[in-house]
Design a protein around this ligand. Structure first.
Ligand code: ATP
Ligand code: MG
Length: 405
């Protein structure tokens, strides 16, 4: 392997002038966390950039891991040389010779960030290019469409040579834009919504409602597995709050307003989520709703359901097609788990003809005719069990945390 390090480029961060320092620090932490299983690799921040020294670690698995770190716009495997002509020329030639199939054309692009360097970038293009050409018989220069573009980046502490830029995941470093509560079902959509929220820099804690014993232990395992996958994207661990929803659900079913059941259940879920958000100091609730997908996701339903909370309701998938969502689920590695057959609490009590346009007054009247509802919501919050789901803990899911109430 010719390359000895990786140059990481920061994404959206650059537009946020004042926060830059904080974002960079957070990104470095996330990169360090992502490289945990590559003990020899060493990440350092220098002059607003992050470099990963490979120190003998293989590049490809690190590349694959870095692709999933939010806040990186792109990165490049690179070779370091001293900022001195001969050393740069040697490195350039070594890189061009490292291709198993010798490229036919190339081009050198020099950036001289260190202005004390004795040659201008224009001179350097020639000095480096000519050296490589002399030593590589069949190679030619093509400034318009070269097979390989060799970048030479001259910095005071060293010069970095690279040819390739791998696209990063983009977004903001995990946790730099505040905290939100993700309503995580066992379905396809909500993990994708969670991933999108994380990419925007939101730290997440997940909330799942279960109706044990109507829902099985496997249904819970499935949600834990999804949370584990999300933990992979968010610094390695994610809190999952498991809320007992059986009593509320049973009470709402008993009320016998079948067409409004889903509306009432969703409102109860949001009220609980809001309380959890309060306690966990989260400023928003994220759901996997996608406009028009099911009865509870029509504009009318979203309106009546959403009014139960004053927190911002973030619905990253609202304008996406199901097929796009499925493709994303596959890409982020949640799809296979999401399609496992275990039912969640809502599908179990799915009414035959749910209302697509519930009436807010009617819904509120029903709720106020259930004085026990407030107490049940408080009880569900109190009965919530929290687990810290760890990614990569060799199958172990993490320990039951002390109750945080
Ligand atoms: P998903 O694929 O995420 O399950 P869906 O298309 O099945 O979504 P619904 O079942 O109507 O749609 O759920 C809409 C959203 O409500 C979900 O994306 C999720 O955010 C939240 N939600 C539904 N059921 C639960 C649950 N049991 N626990 C936590 N959140 C839930
Ligand atoms: Mg669902």
């Amino acid at each position: 392997m010719i390359y000895d390090r990786i140059i990481l480029r920061l994404g959206e961060i650059t537009v946020k002038g004042r926060n830059r320092g904080r974002f960079e620090k957070r990104l470095l932490e996330q990169v360090v966390e992502a490289l945990k299983s590559f003990p020899r690799a060493k990440a350092t921040a220098t002059y607003g950039r992050i470099y990963v020294e490979l120190n003998g670690e293989a590049y490809e698995p690190i590349r694959d891991r870095l692709k999933d770190v939010f806040g990186l716009s792109s990165f490049s495997p690179a070779k370091r040389a001293d900022s001195e002509l001969e050393s740069i020329r040697d490195a350039a030639l070594a890189i061009m010779r490292s291709y198993p199939d010798v490229p036919r054309t190339f081009k050198v692009t020099v950036k001289r960030a260190w202005k004390q360097f004795p040659h201008t970038s224009h001179e350097m293009n020639h000095l480096v290019g000519a050296h490589v050409l002399r030593a590589t018989p069949n190679l030619k220069v093509d400034v318009h469409r070269p097979d390989v573009e060799l970048h030479v980046d001259i910095q005071p502490e060293g010069t970095y040579l690279y040819c390739e830029a791998v696209p990063g995941a983009g977004g903001f470093p995990y946790g730099t834009n505040g905290k939100a509560i993700l309503l995580l079902s066992g379905g396809i959509d909500s993990p994708v919504a969670g991933w999108m929220a994380m990419r925007k820099g939101l730290e997440l804690e997940a909330v799942h409602f279960h109706s044990y014993p109507f829902t099985s232990e496997q249904a819970k395992d499935k949600v834990v597995e999804l949370a584990r996958r999300l933990a992979y994207y968010g610094g390695g661990s994610l809190k999952l709050h498991l809320v007992p929803f059986t009593d509320i659900q049973t009470a709402l079913v008993r009320f016998n307003k079948e067409h409004l059941l889903i509306t009432l259940m969703r409102r109860a879920m949001l009220r609980i989520a809001e309380r959890i958000a309060d306690r966990r100091k989260a400023g928003a609730i994220v759901t996997g709703d996608s406009l028009g997908q099911v009865a509870s996701q029509t504009l009318g339903s979203m309106n009546v359901i959403g009014r139960t909370t004053s927190l911002p309701l973030l619905r990253p998938l609202v304008m996406m097609d199901k097929l796009e969502i499925i493709r994303m689920a596959e890409r982020i590695g949640t799809y296979e788990t999401s399609i496992l057959p275990y039912e969640d609490c809502c599908t179990l009590f799915q009414p035959k003809s749910p209302s697509t346009n519930p009436n807010l007054n009617v819904v509120e009247r029903i709720e106020s005719s259930m004085p026990e509802l407030d107490g049940m919501i408080a009880a569900a919050v109190d009965g919530t069990e929290t687990i810290a789901v760890e990614y990569g803990s060799g199958g172990k899911v993490g320990d039951l945390e002390e109750s945080w109430f």
